[in-house]
Design a protein around this ligand. Structure first.
Ligand SMILES: [Zn+2]
Length: 304
């Protein structure tokens, strides 16, 4: 056979893919079914052309340590073989495809690594790696889809908050991480950026990176911003004002973020950014995290 699945769904269908645990268990019940499911959703190549002969390779059963899934692509003319995972998100892993799909699904439901490890038998060490691979997708999405907020007649609320970071070594105190939060009041568009400190001079360049000129900015630190050099303020046309309403949007976003970080009992330095990016990705995507992470995996690992 020159293909794995009879058809491949359009990428956008992944965004609305809504699948229950029970359905997923059926659709990934064994290796071949899982391979078909992945090819059908465009997550592994559904066809492959031999590099040498430029003809379609055939999908066939193959045993051996290089073909851990039990299948490969083979050229009928020159006998070349190719791994079915080649170039995909699933490439170069010792886990089975069924396990990786299960990890993706568990991540989408925000299940903890300890819980997933207990249920699947996959080590937490391996799960940490996979959760990081998935967060890399979130990070790339945020880089490629930058937010801009504010503008004339718009209000952006900003606030700085301290997040507790986990101590690396017992007894050694790690300083907390300041994070600048920005929320556009009219749309709830959010951005959070780690910053070294909460000085107006440190934070102003970050604001100017995300917030359009002419925005009214609500902040407790309005006095400090208004004390910045005149030309800075005039260049960007911002108006800094005091929060008139204490129950504002930015507080709500902080509460959500802090609840999540508390649930993880803090996070270490290296992971702090990637956890923040996951949080922001989920906030941007809003729902159906499984289908949407698959969509972005397909987007970045274009195997078709
Ligand atoms: Zn060939």
């Amino acid at each position: 056979m020159h293909f794995i699945s009879e058809n491949v769904v359009p990428a956008l269908e992944l965004c609305i893919l809504n699948i229950s645990v029970a359905d997923l268990a059926i659709q990934t019940c064994d290796t071949l079914t899982t391979i078909r499911w992945l090819a059908h959703h465009g997550l592994i190549a559904n066809q492959r052309i031999c590099d040498k002969c430029q003809r379609l390779m055939s999908f066939q059963a193959r045993r051996g340590k290089y073909y851990m899934d039990g299948y490969c692509w083979a050229c009928s003319k020159c006998c070349r073989k190719k791994n079915i995972r080649l170039g995909s998100f699933f490439d170069r892993s010792h886990l089975s495809l069924i396990q990786i799909v299960e990890i993706l699904y568990s991540w989408s439901l925000e299940r903890s690594q300890v819980e997933v490890s207990r249920q699947t038998g996959i080590s937490t060490h391996t799960l940490v790696d996979w959760y990081n691979f998935i967060r890399d997708i979130c990070a790339r999405y945020l880089i490629d889809n930058p937010v801009e907020m504010g503008g004339p007649d718009r209000t952006v609320e900003i606030d700085e908050s301290k997040f507790m970071k986990r101590k690396h070594y017992r007894g050694k105190f790690k300083p907390d991480q300041w994070v600048l939060g920005m929320v556009e009041r009219e749309t709830d568009v959010t951005m959070m950026v780690p910053v070294d400190n909460r000085d107006a001079a440190t934070i102003f360049p970050v604001i100017s990176q995300y917030v359009r000129a002419g925005t009214r900015i609500v902040t407790n630190g309005w006095r400090n911003y208004n004390a910045l050099p005149r030309y800075e303020l005039e260049n960007h046309g911002y108006t800094f004002v005091a929060p008139e309403d204490p129950t504002n949007n930015v507080e709500g976003s902080w509460d959500l973020c802090k609840v999540k970080f508390r649930a993880m009992r803090g996070t270490n330095d290296a992971n702090f950014n990637s956890h923040l990016q996951e949080f922001l990705w989920r906030r941007r995507i809003k729902d159906n995290f499984f289908g949407n992470i698959l969509y972005w995996i397909r987007y970045y690992y274009d195997v078709l």
